[in-house]
Design a protein around this ligand. Structure first.
Ligand code: NAD
Length: 457
């Protein structure tokens, strides 16, 4: 059934239908209309899946998608036109161009943490650039997957865009087929499997993966506002955000004060009885909930540590100076547990960062410009923010993606369009004039041939 659907999409792409920019626009508009119509149901589904607060569902899923749809619609004409590039003297006279071309049949595999956003956002780029797509949402947020299925089946003919629901096995079946592009968001572990499968057909990929994101706070930072911004970025979506601060490196002089301010910040966000707060989501999957509880074993808690097995509630929790070999410091936490580690010198920071693969995000809070620049320039990571958290994801003019183990490629805005397009370089020549210098027998004196590089400018 999957193979025959993929064949239909191949034929549809082969028919040239998606080359028509007007068709792409009409479907992006239909998708926008459907997202608006279904917005409340999408929020209900997210709530049913992991009690995601409605405000967060709007702000981080549906409204984000509506913004990206508007952005794509506004720019699609200019992005899909061939772009004139400057020529070089060696080819005089010529006109030089970049022709964007859709890859063809794309596969988009999504995770459970922002299940609507991370399925539909890559789709917008794929459609704008003129591709077909098969979407494989996560099996763990089944209510959201169902709504995605409904919306996509209502808006698109299956030969253009289709949703295949299912878990790992379905994903593997999809990966056994030949694709023109694979866009994967998920864990580094599965990202490696995707890369291997894609390599069998030399299929290009984008891998949006995870990492252990450091958040560095020095002794010049304004602690109250720093603490509130860290608490917001960490506990939004109950910590299940790929770019959430994973652990804090706090200068030893301000560590205790920072901890107190974060505790105050958590109180302001979720009140005294955090379990009753309507603004705190739950852990989305049982296995992840169990993993998170395991991470707390043997750790010294500065705050929180409450849980409810029935509802997969896990409170915002601060962990004091965990051992670097402990489970919580082993890999990405991806939940509301925040280790706080003190540092004394830049060498301490270096030692901590070098313990891990290159992360997806890094945050630094400081009034010291030199220190901030040092951190931003010296270390390798996907993207980040100075004096705040998460915000770099909100500006579609900035590329979003990881490096090394946190991913390959980038997207959002123009970068999404480019990700899903092959850029063909084309030089246009006329039949006249014909300059004979390049042809044998070579007549140019060698002393002049040694200056040829100037013609390539
Ligand atoms: P995951 O890798 O377990 O699953 C992602 C998708 O891959 C799901 O659709 C799943 O069905 C499929 N899958 C799982 N195992 C597979 C296998 N063996 N073969 C083929 N497909 C398989 O990730 P997750 O747990 O859903 O999401 C959490 C991870 O995603 C975290 O590591 C997080 O950092 C990362 N993430 C990254 C970004 C980003 O933009 N870089 C965004 C969100 C989440």
């Amino acid at each position: 059934m999957i193979a025959s659907l993929v064949k239909k999409q191949k034929d549809f792409f082969g028919s040239g239908a998606t080359r028509n920019v007007r068709l792409r626009k009409s479907y992006l508009k239909k998708l926008k209309k459907a997202v608006l119509e279904y917005e409340d149901q999408i929020c209900d589904a997210l709530y049913a899946d992991f009690k995601k607060p409605k405000f967060e569902s709007l702000a981080t899923e549906t409204q984000f998608i509506l913004y990206e749809l508007d952005e794509a619609l506004k720019n699609i004409d200019i992005r899909s036109k061939p772009k004139r590039m400057s020529s070089i003297w060696a080819n005089f006279p010529s006109s030089d161009w970049l022709y964007p071309q859709p890859y063809g049949n794309t596969l988009i595999i999504a995770p459970w943490n922002y299940p609507f956003l991370l399925t539909i956002s890559p789709l917008i780029g794929a459609l704008a650039a003129g591709n077909t797509a098969i979407l494989k949402p996560s099996e763990f947020t089944s209510n959201t997957s169902k709504i995605i299925y409904e919306i996509i089946s209502e808006v698109f003919p299956e030969e253009y865009v289709a949703v295949i629901e299912g878990g790992k096995e379905t994903s593997q079946e999809l990966l056994s087929l030949k694709w023109d592009y694979i866009f994967f968001t998920g864990s580094t572990k599965v990202g490696k499997i995707i890369y291997q499968k894609a390599a069998e057909h030399l299929t290009p990929v984008t891998l949006e993966l995870g990492g252990k994101n450091p958040c560095i706070v020095d002794n010049t930072a304004s602690l109250k506002v720093t603490a509130k911004r860290i608490a917001w970025g960490k506990f939004l979506n109950c910590g299940q955000t790929c770019i959430a601060p994973d652990y804090i490196l706090a200068h030893k002089e301000i560590k205790d004060k920072l901890v107190q301010e974060i505790i105050n910040g958590i109180g302001e966000l979720y009140g005294k009885s955090m379990e009753d707060s309507p603004d705190l989501a739950r852990i989305a999957t049982e296995s992840h909930y169990k993993d998170l509880k395991q991470m707390l074993l043997g750790e010294q808690l500065l705050f929180g540590g409450d849980f409810n097995d029935q509802t997969r509630y896990l409170s915002p929790t601060l962990v004091n100076e965990p051992d670097l070999n402990s489970k919580i410091m082993e890999g990405e936490i991806f939940g509301p547990l925040l280790p706080i580690i003190s540092y004394d010198s830049i060498e301490d920071i270096e030692r901590h960062l070098s313990n891990y693969e290159r992360p997806l995000a890094l945050y630094v809070f400081s009034k010291d410009k030199k220190f901030r620049e040092l951190i931003i320039k010296e270390y390798s990571f996907g993207g980040g923010v100075i004096n705040d958290t998460l915000l770099h994801i909100t500006n579609s003019k900035l590329p979003f993606g990881g490096i090394g183990a946190s991913g390959i490629g980038r997207y959002h805005g123009k970068y999404s369009f480019d990700t899903f397009s092959h850029q063909k370089g084309i030089i246009k020549k006329s039949f006249w004039p014909e300059i004979p210098l390049r042809y044998a027998p070579y007549r140019l004196p060698i002393r002049l041939a040694k200056k040829l590089k100037y013609l390539f400018q």
